[in-house]
Design a protein around this ligand. Structure first.
Ligand SMILES: NC(=O)c1ccc[n+]([C@@H]2O[C@H](COP(=O)([O-])OP(=O)(O)OC[C@H]3O[C@@H](n4cnc5c(N)ncnc54)[C@H](OP(=O)(O)O)[C@@H]3O)[C@@H](O)[C@H]2O)c1
Length: 256
């Protein structure tokens, strides 16, 4: 058991860590002794979060727009300029869009797919050399993608582009897992409802109903995503690749 769940001394990049689930994961990793880079669009937010987390451990910010190929390439370059190793990439940054069928236009698909799917792919592609160089067959580097319960079963909300993007993330996870083995593992978390900027309006409107319908009768909290991330990133998770792990209080067991 000794050190089975240790991630101490690792280097990680968590995207979209200025808010919500990304922030929970980045904070948990910093507390566990990981040197964490965070990236999202707003430089001021990045600097503020990095400064706050630096009071607890090591955290640095590299602002980037990950909805473009150039933004992903720039972040990978900046990281490689700073670090010779990258043990963990958490592709968390994501966007959603809710609109009825007739109003679900090109703008919705462009905004959601460019970040949630293409961003995950391009950033992983550009960081693959660093991840591969940092992994061994015994202790591979890790990629963790944020999927969603909405990509596992048909959601009730009219979020067509988002649900499609998350199903795509799950499949991309499995395909990248095959390509990047044996030096890098690629897994996904499929969260249920967690408090975040993305979920704020839905939870304001109907958190009681969401909780009542959830088998485990609560929202997700920090420990739930930090625990699964630490598991996947530690020696304990080194034999998993291509897995999509629901962290959803059992919601994926229900019909849509
Ligand atoms: N919260 C939930 O209940 C839930 C459930 C299932 C899955 N998820 C997934 O978990 C992940 C995090 O969601 P969340 O709810 O925590 O979201 P959130 O609170 O809205 O945070 C999103 C983060 O992504 C960043 N971001 C947005 N657009 C970006 C871009 N183009 N380039 C770089 N960064 C960008 C945001 O910062 P900037 O705006 O400054 O860029 C922010 O840091 C997403 O992939 C989401 O789909 C969440």
């Amino acid at each position: 058991m000794k050190d089975l769940f240790s991630v101490d001394g690792k280097v990680a990049l968590v995207t979209g860590a200025t808010s919500g689930i990304g922030h929970m994961i980045a904070a948990g990793l910093v507390d566990a002794g990981v040197k964490v880079y965070i990236a999202s669009r707003k430089a001021e937010d990045c600097a503020e979060v990095a400064a706050a987390l630096s009071m607890r451990g090591e955290c640095l910010a590299i602002p980037a727009d990950l909805s473009t190929e150039a933004g992903c390439a720039g972040l990978a370059r900046a990281l490689a300029d700073n670090e010779e190793t990258l043990h963990l990439l958490v592709n968390n940054a994501g966007a959603t869009w809710g609109a009825p069928l007739e109003a679900h236009d090109e703008k919705a698909w462009e905004r959601v797919l460019s970040l949630n799917v293409k961003g995950v792919f391009h950033l992983t592609r550009f960081l693959a050399p660093l991840l591969t160089a940092s992994g061994t067959a015994d202790d591979p580097s890790r990629v963790i993608n944020l999927g969603s319960v909405d990509g596992l079963r048909v959601p009730q909300a009219e979020n067509y582009a988002y649900a499609t993007s998350k199903a795509a993330v799950h499949h991309l996870t499995r395909q990248l897992a095959r390509t990047l083995a044996p030096l890098v593992t690629v897994n996904a978390l499929a969260p249920g409802p967690f408090e975040s900027r993305m979920m704020a309006a839905s939870l304001r409107a109907m958190s009681d109903q969401i909780i009542a319908k959830s088998p485990l009768r609560r929202l997700g909290r920090d420990d739930d995503v930090v625990g699964t991330t630490v598991f996947l990133a530690s020696r304990a998770g080194s034999y998993l690749t291509g897995a999509v792990i629901p962290v959803d209080g059992g919601i994926s067991t229900l019909l849509g």
